[in-house]
Design a protein around this ligand. Structure first.
Ligand SMILES: Nc1nc2c(ncn2[C@@H]2O[C@H](COP(=O)(O)OP(=O)(O)OP(=O)(O)O)[C@@H](O)[C@H]2O)c(=O)[nH]1
Ligand SMILES: Nc1nc2c(ncn2[C@@H]2O[C@H](COP(=O)(O)OP(=O)(O)OP(=O)(O)O)[C@@H](O)[C@H]2O)c(=O)[nH]1
Length: 442
């Protein structure tokens, strides 16, 4: 499982700057989905060829008793409790403050591996800074500059070396799709889980250990096998499953990471919220196959149904690749169709794309529309092959491919998506340029 790193610190120390640096250095070229929200406080980070989850907590005030600051502190507390490692950020320029000390006291109690990160250290005397922050009793201060990138790689090396790498290779698909049911609080996730597996269809249920490993519940429907990945610490009580924990962003992110197909549950009786968009954005970014279940369809009239569809089109345009199902988890309506869509999305995500066909499609696409020139060079694409599954990755080889615009990448994506009928899964395109850009001057 990918480690979860949580950034903590008082306002203005540079948490967002570090967060952006860690989450934006994706080497795979992912065409930006129009409308995809970027103002998130959690994301998929990448450094040293490793991936991890990063959560940025809003300026943390452990002594706030009420109001929005208290609410933010509660969320930070939850993230701290669920972190694999804490990055406690302080500001070299303002020096040690009482607020830092309060946070340090709180973090020492959390008992999670903690790294003391002194930011804005560019051009400063390191030994003096270290001496000052050493007082916090959280080990050796690690001086970085998030804005300039100084020492960020060595910091990540230090942090990541304490987490074992995931074994290579996906385990094979005999047990069918691994499904995560995600959504913001109260949309009906638990109800959905119970409709799916609350009865005798559960094949086996591993009692949760004390580990952080997500709980998995294998179940069968219409002769097909699925594994449900738990997001909320499900416990079996009598005939039904109950969520024992509140909504957890980190558990949601981890479940998305471990799933093949994500079912995003939306609530038809409410407006689409920022939180819906953020969760959806993460699913897309993680490259997971997706089915959207618009739940509580039984409880809304025709007018409202029309309104929610418009709301979805406006606020979640980047989910257009997915199938939408209008369901009632409570009444069991639309659930069979939803599982069919899960099967379809899974197959799409796992499709094997033959190299000759890929290359032929690529060359046809170029014949229809050439990539635009950039600074005297025209990108030249020669052949394509598949670089991975779930999501399908198409690697295109050629030269001068560094400046293919996002609009052209989307054009290629659409071409492949339609030709291979890849509904329900995002698709990634990566370019591999040969070294000599002058080879193709035209
Ligand atoms: N000199 C210097 N400034 C930095 C560095 N990193 C961030 N800053 C600046 O510090 C300010 C605050 O940075 P943010 O990343 O927004 O801080 P934050 O901790 O996320 O703040 P909140 O969102 O309020 O919690 C901005 O003006 C940044 O440009 C750095 O490494 N060096
Ligand atoms: N009318 C209607 N109500 C539903 C439906 N599905 C769930 N609900 C109701 O919505 C409320 C929330 O459902 P839950 O299943 O607890 O929602 P959840 O997403 O698991 O919520 P958290 O555990 O807070 O994350 C409950 O009162 C359910 O009875 C549905 O299809 N139709």
């Amino acid at each position: 499982m990918k480690p979860t790193l949580v950034l903590v610190g008082r306002p203005n120390v540079g948490k967002s700057t570090l967060f952006n640096r860690l989450t934006k250095t994706r080497d795979a070229l992912v065409a930006d989905f129009p409308g995809l929200t970027r103002d998130r406080r959690y994301g998929l980070g990448r450094a040293l060829e490793r991936e991890f989850l990063v959560v940025d907590t809003a300026g943390f005030d452990p002594v706030a008793k009420d109001g929005i600051v208290h609410e933010m502190a509660k969320q930070a507390e939850q993230a701290i409790a669920e972190a694999d490692a804490l990055l406690f950020m302080v500001d070299a320029r303002s020096g040690l403050t009482p607020h830092d000390e309060q946070i340090a006291t709180r973090l020492r109690r959390a008992g999670r591996p903690t790294f003391l990160v002194v930011n804005k250290a560019e051009g400063m005397n390191r030994s003096m800074i270290s001496a000052e922050f050493h007082e916090l009793g959280l080990g050796e201060p690690l001086c970085i500059s998030s804005a300039h990138g100084d020492n960020v790689t060595s910091l990540m090396e230090l942090i990541l070396e304490s987490f074992p790498e995931d074994p290579e290779g996906e385990e094979v698909a005999e047990k069918g799709p691994r499904v995560a049911i995600v959504g913001r609080p109260n949309v009906g996730k638990s109800t959905m889980v119970n409709t799916l597996i609350g009865e005798e269809r559960v094949i086996a249920f591993d009692m949760p250990g004390t580990t952080r490993d997500a709980i998995e519940v294998p179940f069968e429907r219409n002769g097909r096998h699925y594994t449900l990945i738990d997001t909320a610490g499900l416990r079996k009580r009598g005939k039904v499953f109950e969520a024992v924990e509140k909504f957890s962003v980190i558990k949601t992110l981890q479940a998305v990471e471990q799933a093949n197909v994500v079912v995003l549950v939306l609530d038809a009786s409410q407006e689409i919220s920022d939180q819906d968009a953020h969760i959806a954005g993460f699913v897309v970014e993680a490259g997971r196959a997706l089915v959207v279940a618009v739940n509580k369809w039984d409880s809304v009239d025709d007018y409202r149904r029309q309104r929610i569809k418009e709301d979805i089109d406006r606020k979640l345009p980047f989910l257009a690749f997915a199938r939408f199902l209008y369901v009632s988890a409570l009444k069991g309506q639309g659930i069979a169709a939803m599982l069919k869509a899960v099967d379809g999305a899974y197959e799409a995500a796992m499709t094997k794309l033959a190299t000759p066909k890929l290359t032929r499609l690529l060359l046809d696409a170029i014949a229809r529309q050439q990539p635009p020139r950039h600074g005297g060079f025209r990108p030249k694409m020669r052949y394509a092959h598949q670089g991975g599954m779930n999501p399908p990755i198409i690697v295109i080889h050629g030269s001068a491919l560094d400046h293919v615009p996002a609009s052209y990448v989307r054009f290629l994506e659409r071409t492949f998506q339609e030709a291979f009928k890849l509904q329900g899964t995002p698709l990634r395109i990566q370019f591999k340029s040969s070294t000599n850009p002058y080879a193709n001057r035209d």
